[in-house]
Design a protein around this ligand. Structure first.
Ligand SMILES: *[C@@H]1O[C@H](CO)[C@@H](O)[C@H](O)[C@H]1NC(C)=O
Ligand SMILES: *[C@@H]1O[C@H](CO)[C@@H](O)[C@H](O)[C@H]1NC(C)=O
Ligand SMILES: *[C@@H]1O[C@H](CO)[C@@H](O)[C@H](O)[C@H]1NC(C)=O
Ligand SMILES: *[C@@H]1O[C@H](CO)[C@@H](O)[C@H](O)[C@H]1NC(C)=O
Ligand SMILES: *[C@@H]1O[C@H](CO)[C@@H](O)[C@H](O)[C@H]1NC(C)=O
Ligand SMILES: [Zn+2]
Ligand SMILES: [Zn+2]
Length: 457
């Protein structure tokens, strides 16, 4: 009955040129990084182990920019989700649940307990919501060493997430930490949840394996089958391909895996309607192009809940305010129509109260009709070409934490990371954009020639 009702409404609205009834919404949350040691009651200089002994004089109830999330922040973010959108179509949760502390301070049991606590609060607050949950590199002990075969951690996490997983998903999850299902059990819609931690350059176990856990072969097969069945697909994962926009020349994937991932998207882009990843803790996106330079796919990088300031050398002041995000999408075509990011001003929360505010709505902030690859390409061109848009994007990037000016080098870092997922193309972009923002075009030629890069044209 429900189905017929919707179809009837659809035809009515199609005639009148609208289609609003088909807009659904879902949450994307990522990088919660709960630190169970966070406590204001101790008497040491630091209130949490994840600060790595950095002093935390400003720490408060909802956290500190040098620490991973206290339970109060986890709880606050989950309740904010329930207050803002209590009945989403589904939730995408892209991992990294444990704190940034040495392996010796965690262990397998602690990792599983932390994942269990976060799973539990999501189930408590969203008891009848389907959750598509991906493993992060911090959801394993030792961290980032996710194996390409069945093991007891995958098995136990599978048990925790059992009620969210279709029976077939349980099998592939136990073997490789990945799975695919029909999106909300609907014909024509599909989700692929990948374990891209297998491609992370910190993962020593998979370093010399051609296709860890057979995931590329499997994904190619699933996507080929999906194309035959005229399905539309979302891809979900934790560690993204391409480069970190806050540190020049910093990729996450090993080179051969980055290439392979890019090829997978280029081959199947017709049916891949959106990609949703985390790991950066910042708010950004990535564009994929075909050989003719047409934008074919967009990857959305959702900011983290943890405010933790990264210790990655070369990143200056890399903390963020806690963020959570709603996507609006066309329930029939999966077109991403909009995204709305909500955030907690952590400074304000600690001195007054936890107030989750709308940070921005994509279509309003950047004047685009939706979040299709073509629209996201337009957003990127605006950021690249207009300092007002660049600064707006840059404020959003740290979820309003770092509101300093994004200068010429910063512009190159961000624009090239968003535009070029391929390693060689990124390096070329850095040369080209660096020269164009600093000096006349002639310098581009000189620099590129010096670096011997014309060959790749
Ligand atoms: C969680 O947050 C809600 C909403 O702010 C609050 O009512 C509740 O007391 C909190 N629970 C815990 C255990 O802090
Ligand atoms: C936190 O760090 C302190 C000091 O380094 C250490 O003694 C303690 O065991 C750590 N706590 C946990 C739970 O790892
Ligand atoms: C976490 O889960 C354990 C059981 O595994 C429970 O004892 C503990 O109270 C939970 N902690 C929180 C903060 O929910
Ligand atoms: C999915 O749909 C199939 C067939 O329509 C049905 O048998 C199955 O119970 C559904 N599964 C869920 C989880 O709703
Ligand atoms: C966050 O709150 C602090 C303290 O109230 C305030 O100074 C700061 O401007 C706020 N930041 C934003 C982005 O509103
Ligand atoms: Zn993380
Ligand atoms: Zn991560």
């Amino acid at each position: 009955m429900d189905f017929i009702w919707k179809v009837t409404l659809l035809s009515v609205f199609t005639v009148s040129g609208q289609g609003k009834v088909l807009t659904g919404s879902f949450w994307h949350i990522t990088d919660l990084h709960w630190d169970p040691t966070y406590s204001l009651n101790g008497n040491s200089a630091s209130v949490c182990n994840s600060s790595g002994n950095r002093p935390t004089p400003d720490a408060g109830k909802f956290g500190d920019y040098l620490c991973d999330s206290p339970w109060d922040l986890i709880n606050s973010s989950m309740h904010a989700m329930r207050d803002i959108l209590p009945d989403p179509d589904f939730i995408i949760w892209t991992g990294d649940d444990t704190p940034h502390v040495p392996n010796e301070d965690l262990g397998e049991e602690a990792v599983l307990r932390i994942i269990g606590n976060l799973t539990q609060i999501i189930k408590e607050l969203f008891p009848s919501t389907k959750v598509y949950s991906a493993l992060g590199n911090h959801d394993y002990h030792p961290k980032s060493q996710l194996p390409p075969e069945q093991n007891s951690i995958y098995e136990q996490i599978q048990k925790q997430w059992e009620s969210w997983l279709d029976p077939a998903s349980r099998d592939t999850f136990k073997k490789g930490g990945y799975y695919t299902e029909k999106l909300l059990n609907q014909t024509g819609l599909r989700v692929l949840v990948l374990n891209t931690n297998l491609y992370y350059d910190q993962n020593k176990i998979t370093e010399n394996i051609n296709d860890p856990a057979d995931q590329f072969r499997w994904a190619d097969q699933v996507l080929s089958e999906a194309a035959k069945n005229m399905e539309k697909v979302y891809i979900v994962g934790h560690v993204p391909p391409g480069f970190f926009e806050k540190k020049r020349h910093k990729p996450w994937f090993r080179p051969q895996f980055n290439k392979h991932y890019l090829e997978l998207i280029q081959k199947h882009h017709d049916i891949i309607i959106g990609q949703f990843f985390g790991h950066h803790h910042t708010d950004s996106f990535r564009l994929f192009y075909d050989k003719a330079g047409i934008p074919i796919s967009a990857m959305f990088l959702t900011p983290g809940v943890t405010p933790w300031k990264t210790t990655l050398p070369g990143v200056d002041d890399g903390a963020n305010n806690p963020g959570i995000r709603v996507f609006e999408y066309d329930e029939k075509t999966l077109l991403v129509k909009d995204m709305i990011t909500y955030y907690l001003n952590l400074t304000h929360a600690n001195i007054a109260r936890a107030r989750w505010e709308k940070e921005y709505r994509l279509t309003e902030a950047f004047g685009v009709p939706d979040a299709s690859p073509a629209s996201m390409h337009h957003v990127l061109e605006q950021i690249a070409g207009d300092n007002c848009y660049l600064q707006k994007y840059y404020d959003f990037n740290s979820v309003n934490y770092d509101r300093t000016a994004c200068g010429a080098d910063c512009r190159v870092d961000h624009v090239c990371a968003m535009r070029e997922v391929d390693f060689d193309a990124y390096e070329l972009c850095v040369v080209k954009e660096g020269a164009s923002s600093a000096a006349p075009a002639l310098l581009t030629v000189a620099l590129a020639a010096t670096l011997g890069m014309w060959a790749s044209y």
